[in-house]
Design a binder for this molecule. Structure first.
Ligand SMILES: Cc1ncc(COP(=O)(O)O)c(C=O)c1O
Length: 396
């Protein structure tokens, strides 16, 4: 019985797809620093380019180090296939440009990472895509926004930066009935905390720059889904619509980071919950958003959908924007920086940093307040983090 059991998540994150015997016994997968590949004959080359033979041909579409990373992220997300790219935006743009055509409709949750928001809400309409931004935390809003032309429903859950949680099962069920696919950006939760395909999504996006890489030293992105979808995005989106190919060394760094994803995410989640509780009980804090807190509006859903609440939290001070800025300046251990998912705790102010593309009243309309502070809670000792945050609150 035991022998037939599939290896667990952490075992697969460390070993899946790599056989040392196939690489001179190398425990770690080699980094193939090559841009092109040699064919034995002209015939073989022609067959490869005609798509009649599977082989490496040129580094923009595939490299063996990249291929292992693709196999591993697909395995961890429970997908048929994966594609990795130079950045998260590279994966998103490669997918959207491949899949959508003028006249097609896209419905997206209204709170998104700032550059995803700009691409979806501002750039896609310029190319004739009918984009509708709605609050997908309420599935009835999706039912209203869907039309005959909707081809894709897109969300982040938890969403950047306010940690909104979208019910993937309900959203993807409604989308499927309308003939649309559901794409979930799973950057915040990672496959160690949530597997959207198991809940009904058709494709998953990652900024691997974040928890998957895990050490704030590499940019990378991923898309996983069906073989047909991934092949299409590789041969069109990646090959010539964006050209957002990952460097072999970057793929190696993400493979290295992913080996510890499971243990890191547990520690990120423990630290974030402890910090969220401390902030929630502090008299200067107006509200805290963290999926692991019972006060989060979709807390019950997050417990059903996610196995770990993750390392991101957001909060607002009673003094609003100015108090928030003063607070940021008083932090001494946590760094004032964008990005997330690394070992170091990072704090930032979305309205003036990652989410400046939400201009004017868009911030408030789309569920973001001006004073919100987002924290990527790192792996430091929790006592040091609570001391730093409590001290900054006292001095702010
Ligand atoms: C949720 C989310 N998706 C996508 C991206 C874009 O990823 P990258 O910076 O790797 O291009 C980010 C970046 O912060 C993000 O937070």
């Amino acid at each position: 019985m035991r022998r037939n059991r599939k290896p667990g998540f952490n075992t697969r994150a460390i070993h899946h797809g790599h056989d040392p015997a196939a690489h001179q016994g190398a425990l770690e997968h080699p980094v193939y620093m090559t841009s092109t590949y040699v064919f034995d004959s002209a015939e073989e080359a022609a067959q490869t380019f005609a798509g009649e033979r599977e082989a490496f041909a040129y580094g923009r579409t595939k490299n063996p180090t990249q291929a292992l990373l693709e196999e591993r992220i697909a395995e961890l997300e429970g997908a048929e296939a994966g594609l990795v790219t130079a950045s998260g935006m590279g994966a998103i743009a490669s997918l959207l440009w491949t899949y959508l055509r003028p006249g097609d409709g896209l419905v997206a949750h209204h709170t998104l990472y700032g550059n995803s928001y700009t691409l979806i809400a501002k750039e896609l309409p310029e190319f004739g895509i009918d984009v509708r931004l709605v609050d997908l935390t309420e599935p009835a809003n999706l039912a209203e926004a869907l039309s005959d032309t909707t081809r894709m429903v897109y969300c982040e859950t938890p969403a950047n930066p306010n940690l909104d949680i979208v019910d993937i099962g309900r959203i993807s069920g409604l989308a499927r009935e309308a003939g649309a696919i559901t794409v979930v950006d799973n950057t915040f939760a990672t496959p160690a905390g949530q597997r959207p395909l198991e809940s009904g999504a058709d494709a998953v996006i990652h900024s691997m720059t974040k928890f998957l890489g895990g050490h704030s030293d590499v940019l990378a992105g991923a898309l996983v889904g069906s073989k047909a979808l991934v092949k299409d995005v590789r041969m069109r989106g990646l090959r010539y619509l964006t050209g957002a190919a990952i460097a072999p060394l970057s793929a190696f760094l993400v493979l290295r980071g992913m080996k510890t994803l499971g243990v890191r995410l547990e520690r990120h989640s423990d630290n974030a919950l402890a910090l969220a509780k401390m902030l929630e009980s502090h008299p200067k804090v107006r509200k805290v958003r963290y999926p692991g807190l019972p006060s989060h509006p979709q807390h019950a859903l997050s417990e059903r959908q996610m196995s770990l609440p993750g390392g991101l939290l957001a909060f607002e001070l009673r003094g609003g924007l100015e108090a928030g800025r003063r607070f940021l300046d008083k932090l001494t251990l946590a760094s004032r920086a964008v990005s997330l998912g690394g070992c170091e705790t990072l704090a930032q102010h979305p309205a003036s940093m990652t989410h400046t593309s939400y201009r004017g009243d868009a911030l408030a309309r789309f569920g973001l307040s001006e004073g919100l502070i987002r924290v990527s809670v790192g792996l430091e000792d929790i006592e040091d983090l609570t001391d730093d945050f409590a001290g900054a609150l006292d001095r702010a």
